[in-house]
Design a protein around this ligand. Structure first.
Ligand code: PEP
Ligand code: MG
Length: 841
């Protein structure tokens, strides 16, 4: 073909054809040709050729037609990535009055007329861009219908239907090239991740007819050797006799491929062709190193391959396919690891809305915690607990959640909030519990008093009505679409074990409760990197004691309350240590402002006054006195430890006593104690002195030796900058990137949701920095903290425990900065293990 045009290439084993210049289909066809598989004669037009055609520079079509020796042709798109789409294929180019006569001899007049008619229609609509409705009035079939179509074409196009195959081909090429450059197509593919200048290649191929009379079977279809759902071996696909193009995929009348009691199969109709197909597809798997779907046509008993694409796959199937390819020695294990998008594992870890289910989307919000659940709407935690007690699923709907809602969240199947962002309370707790969660769904009206939820389209949902939360997509759906269960099958376990073999950064979990710790251990977390102890005080009985402690005016009253809390905390820690079986457990001393533990409304104040036997006015006054204008920047974290040191003393004692207790009959425990929200070296000195004193006291009282490690959370920019003087006082630094992001940007983690989407849309921030670590700014602080800390204390253990800890980008950042481990919500541990493995593979 056109020897002088490097952009137009007859596909042969050695022709210069590449995915980056000719697209995936052209390259795949060349691979099939190299494997000696039956591929109809094909000519590939490069991206450049198509570009030139769109600009009006048509190649010599007569030369282009030469290799095909007068057969009918088809033109198919060949984009770099099949997901980017492309114009639909045009089949049967070359049909005209003369070929019609020849075909009528071969196929019979009726079939030939149908073929010609279909070509006229598709040419009219896709190439001449005539109104698709213009053929609606044709009721006749066969030759009469055809004549009618040709007449209508001439009337609308104001010229006769083109008879010259070269003219037809040129028009098809031009129309496909222009369609690709149109705005709609460009926007569509950009939404799928294609670059703005993505190219389109085209392949011109001899048409394998799929129609025929006599000698053997004719038809077309697709075949693959595994299930797209599970990845298990299973011959699937569709086939339709006497068909071409997408007929078999679109029609209802497809046959079964394999022998099947429910009806006739290709295997029975054409056993040889069927056996060939299986053999070809197996060969493609081995030699193309991927599970492939073959698109084929059978022409008088002979199989032709028209294309091969990687099989569509669920995450579960993707894992099994990759593992089987590695087990069969087709790809190395490292490559199997690379083939799975770590985030896709979420599909295996949580229930999902069945992709085939009908979705009635009521509203969108932030996808804060993956998974899906349905349940009755409830507007309070008390209601959620009532549903849970009756064994009924419910969705907790709140403007935002606060620590008081934890029990409600535990009782709910999913959570929906009006406000908040990726690190707001509901999001953090939701991810910790593995609870599907959509936050910041502010396009809905939350009338929590009236107990209604109104969708933007005006539909009103009342308490008790069932909705579905899709936390993976961040959508609220009406009704109960079918859900797919989470499945961590043997292939998943195998893949994870391979990941652990290559990974060189450790993965721990953020876990506050025994349930979290068990999940963490099941997902093979290498310890707990953050236990937020405040989450241990929201049980009803503890909350009262906690409140007594907060209300105590005199030291002896405070001591009495702390004495009651001590055994509870000791039991908490003992259980965590036992569950983690000697793996490190890092406990953070109490962090939130005290007033978070106090009731917020009048009824709550009255209840508390009764419980504490105090006048209501005293309670109200004290609550007001503890209130802060800016609690996030107020009396929290180590500031609490410095001003009310008895709390940290109690926690340290509980940790040490639990260490002794759990080490008695189990693996030895070396607890880690972490001080939150540090900004000055002196804070660390003060707390360290007291903790050392508690350790000495416990040692003297019990006579048992134990050790522990003290660390500091880097959550303020100042702590990062002054890491050099903080590090000598501690064994580890753990970067709390939630607060660090909040303070670096001066951006409230609880309020940013309101304008975050506007900021991201306008490109102010490339992404929500609470979701994706801001490598430039917050990252620079991490880098400074790590470098200065290590310079002062070379053995310093470095880690990240903010919500970013589970995201592949942050793991890459932390690994490059020499961190020892990342810590993330238990359900993100597998994602982190795989992401870490991909960095090392
Ligand atoms: C952090 O700030 O990153 C952190 C881990 O602590 P919390 O989210 O509890 O404030
Ligand atoms: Mg914090």
């Amino acid at each position: 073909v056109q020897q002088n045009d490097p952009d137009i290439t007859l596909i042969t084993p050695s022709a210069p054809v590449a995915t980056a210049t000719h697209g995936g289909r052209a390259k795949c066809l060349q691979r099939l040709v190299r494997l000696d598989l039956p591929v109809p004669v094909t000519v590939a037009l490069s991206f450049n050729a198509v570009h030139r055609i769109a600009a009006g520079e048509m190649p010599d079509t007569q030369a282009l037609l030469e290799p095909f020796g007068g057969s009918l042709l088809c033109v198919r798109p060949s984009s770099e990535d099949p997901d980017w789409g492309g114009p639909g294929a045009v089949l049967n180019i070359g049909m005209n009055d003369a070929t019609y006569v020849d075909l009528a001899d071969l196929l019979g007049q009726e079939a030939a007329a149908t073929l010609y008619l279909r070509f006229v229609q598709s040419y009219a609509v896709h190439v001449a861009r005539l109104d698709p409705d213009m053929f609606d009035e044709i009721t006749l079939t066969g030759q009469e219908g055809l004549s009618e179509a040709l007449r209508l074409y001439e009337e609308e196009a104001e010229e006769a239907f083109p008879q010259d195959p070269g003219v037809q081909l040129a028009a098809v090429l031009r129309s496909m090239a222009r369609a690709w450059e149109g705005t709609t197509a460009r926007l569509l593919r950009q939404a799928k991740g294609a670059p703005a200048d993505a190219g389109l290649g085209l392949v011109v191929q001899r048409m394998a007819l799929g129609l025929g009379k006599g000698e053997g079977e004719s038809g077309s279809g697709v075949i693959q050797l595994v299930s797209s759902q599970t990845g298990l071996e299973q011959i699937t696909g569709r086939y339709l006799s006497q068909s071409q193009g997408r007929d078999a995929l679109e029609g209802e009348a497809a046959l079964f491929l394999e022998r099947d009691p429910r009806g006739p199969s290709l295997q029975e109709l054409a056993p040889d062709a069927f056996a060939n197909l299986i053999e070809y597809t197996k060969l493609m798997r081995v030699r193309l190193r991927a599970e492939m779907q073959a698109e084929f046509t059978i022409e008088n008993g002979k199989v032709w391959l028209l294309d091969g694409v990687r099989v569509q796959r669920s995450a579960q199937a993707a894992v099994r396919i990759a593992v089987r390819l590695a087990e069969d020695g087709i790809i190395p294990r490292e490559e199997a690891l690379m083939r799975i998008d770590p985030r896709a594992l979420n599909e295996l870890l949580h229930r999902q809305v069945d992709p085939d289910a009908k979705r009635d989307v009521l509203a969108r919000g932030i996808a804060a915690s993956p998974g899906a659940a349905h349940g009755a709407i409830v507007f309070s935690s008390a209601e959620a607990q009532a549903y849970d007690a009756r064994g009924e699923a419910c969705i907790l709907v709140r403007r935002e959640t606060s620590p008081e809602d934890i029990r409600g969240m535990n009782a709910a199947a999913a959570v929906l909030t009006e406000r908040g962002g990726m690190t707001s309370h509901a999001a953090v707790i939701g991810r910790g519990l593995g609870l599907p969660c959509v936050v910041g769904a502010s396009e809905m009206r939350f009338q929590t008093r009236k107990k209604t939820l109104t969708a933007p389209d005006g539909r009103v949902f009342r308490e008790g009505e069932v909705i579905t939360i899709d936390g993976t997509k961040g959508e609220v759906l009406a009704g109960e679409p079918a859900l797919l269960a989470a499945t961590q099958d043997d292939a998943f376990q195998t893949l994870m074990s391979w990941a652990d073999e290559v990974r060189d950064i450790k993965v721990r979990a953020n876990a506050d409760t025994p349930a979290d710790a068990k999940t963490a251990r099941n997902f093979a977390a290498e310890g707990i990197g953050l236990c937020r102890t405040e989450h241990m005080f929201f049980e009803a009985d503890r909350l009262t004691v906690m409140r007594e402690m907060i209300f105590a005016d005199r030291p002896e009253d405070r001591r009495a309350a702390l004495d009651q809390l001590l055994p509870m905390q000791r039991a908490d820690f003992t259980e965590l240590f036992r569950i983690m079986q000697g793996k490190p457990v890092c406990i953070r001393l109490l962090d939130p402002p005290l007033h978070e533990f106090l009731p917020h409304d009048r009824a709550g104040h009255r209840e508390l006054a009764e419980a504490l036997d105090l006048p209501l006015s005293d309670v109200t006054r004290r609550v007001e006195a503890l209130g802060e204008y800016n609690p996030m920047l107020g009396m929290r974290g180590v500031r609490l430890g410095v001003t009310v040191p008895e709390i940290y003393d109690m926690q340290a004692r509980a940790i040490f006593e639990a260490t002794i207790e759990a080490s008695k009959d189990g693996d030895p425990v070396v607890p880690e104690i972490m001080i939150p929200l540090v900004s000055a070296k002196r804070e660390v000195e003060i707390v360290k002195t007291r903790i050392d004193a508690v350790a000495a006291a416990v040692h003297t009282e019990t006579g048992v030796a134990f050790s522990f490690r003290l660390g500091v959370m880097v959550e303020t920019p100042r702590a990062a900058l002054r890491a050099g003087e903080i590090a000598p006082h501690c064994a580890f630094l753990s970067f709390g990137t939630n607060d660090l992001t909040q303070m670096t940007y001066g951006l409230s983690r609880d309020d940013a949701g309101r304008f975050m989407s506007a900021y991201v849309q306008q490109g102010v921030y490339p992404e929500d920095p609470f979701h994706t670590l801001d490598a430039d700014g917050v990252g620079e602080l991490l880098q400074i903290g790590a470098t200065r800390g290590r310079a002062a204390q070379p053995d310093l253990v470095l880690s990240i425990c903010g919500e970013h800890g589970g995201s592949p980008e942050s793991i890459a950042f932390c690994r490059a900065a020499g961190f020892d481990y990342v810590s993330c919500s238990p359900f993100r541990v597998p994602v982190a293990r795989l992401a870490a493995a991909q960095l090392a593979a």
